[in-house]
Write a protein that binds this ligand. Sequence first.
Ligand code: FMN
Length: 200
Amino acid sequence: MQELKAIEVSAHEIKKASTNHDIFDIIKNRWSARAFAQRPIAKKSLEALIEAASWSPSSMNEQPWRYMLAINGTEEFDKMVRCLTPGNQIWAQHAAVMILSTAEMHHSNGHANAYAFYDTGAANQTLLIQAAGMGILGHLMGGFDSEKTVNEFNIPDSQKAVVFIALGYPTEPDQLPEPFKTREMAPRSRKPLEEIVTFL
Ligand SMILES: Cc1cc2nc3c(=O)[nH]c(=O)nc-3n(C[C@H](O)[C@H](O)[C@H](O)COP(=O)(O)O)c2cc1C
């Protein structure tokens, strides 16, 4: 059994979800960080994250999720950063790893897979939860240039780009420019249960 590592950034205690019920720590400790330490993520850890993602449920077990990973310091990483919106580039350029998450939009029988995005989102969340348990935080980004991404990374017609994911070990937010620094220290919030659930 893998030991769960706490995220050792004191200022980020405020980011831990404050819940009314007894929710597992691994869920409470996942959040979308923007301040990343200059610490690489081992290849084995990256493989573990993708393997965790692969154990997500999917419609007809089609597993439509596909991933491209690039390590900070490589040309491929910079290429991914350049696909992001300017606001995302500011902080995401300091991530240890950038992931491009795409979805295979067709079943193996050739029919359109209406659940491809849904399933890929589920896999991404599994990846983020596994990462949180390993002391690594990920930040999903829908803010990117789709056309540029498809061209730069030769995404086949059968696939769609879903999100980029910036990954890294968290650090104190001192290095972040505003407004990101303030956001990095603000508590997280959620809609009350009454707004999202109906017990029939
Ligand atoms: C599909 C999707 C797209 C997102 N795109 C961006 C983005 O482009 N830039 C960004 O800073 N955050 C982005 N986020 C992160 C959300 O803003 C974040 O998950 C939300 O505010 C809740 O915060 P938490 O993840 O820390 O709980 C995105 C999240 C999702 C699920």
